[in-house]
Design a protein around this ligand. Structure first.
Ligand SMILES: [Ca+2]
Ligand SMILES: [Ca+2]
Length: 203
């Protein structure tokens, strides 16, 4: 495991193995490191890992430990995407088991509502979005992130909605500016929204 940095840059003191990770921009001068982060939209806590597989294990509370090695493969893996959407019944036990092995200041959101990526075709840094329960598709907003902050502001280039959610990107913080909705796996968000998103809504 690599990190545990929140959008506000606070290290989660509760987790002994936590380290602060450089932002993608700050680290760009070296060989480009890539991290795979889990963003709990309920708490805005961001925790990053070295591998996509690790990040999925964390995002699912230990339920899925054999995710495809790369996000690009995951995007085309129907079995994996279906497993992500499996009923929460099975995950309760796994989540309980996972929770006994680490301290957590708040209960984690363990439904995956989607993924956003730094680069074209699900490349670069990934951010797996977790939410308390699946989206309802009733027109109301199910989860939000009002200000992506320097860590992932103006970087998103591809997206994969999950958990019955659609992902709506906004070019300015707090759901202002241009907006665009994505209802299925999208390897390129389009010229108008590429590297523009500063806030997002799951609906
Ligand atoms: Ca980008
Ligand atoms: Ca922006």
């Amino acid at each position: 495991m690599r990190v545990g940095t929140s959008a506000a840059g606070l290290v989660a003191a509760a987790c002994a193995s936590v380290l602060l990770v450089p932002s993608p921009a700050a680290a760009a001068s070296q060989a480009k490191p890539v991290g795979h982060c889990v963003v709990d939209l309920a708490t805005e806590r961001i925790t990053c890992y070295d591998t996509f597989r690790e990040s999925i294990a964390a995002a699912t509370g230990g339920r899925i430990t054999d995710a495809p090695a790369t996000p690009a493969k995951a995007a085309e893996d129907k079995r994996f995407l279906a497993e992500l959407d499996a009923p929460a019944g099975n995950s309760a036990k796994a989540a309980a088991k996972a929770n006994t092995s680490r301290t957590s200041p708040r209960a984690a959101s363990q439904v995956v509502g989607g993924f956003v990526y730094e680069d074209f075709n699900y490349g670069g840094w990934s951010w797996t979005l977790t939410i308390p329960s699946r989206c309802r598709n009733d027109g109301a907003w199910d989860a939000t992130y009002g200000d992506l902050g320097s860590f992932w502001n103006n970087k998103i280039t591809s997206v994969i909605p999950a958990g019955n959610c659609h992902i709506e990107l906004h070019s300015d913080p707090h759901y202002q500016g241009a907006r665009q909705m994505y209802t299925s796996s999208t390897p390129y968000v389009g010229d108008a929204m590429n590297d523009q998103a500063s806030s997002m809504v799951l609906t």
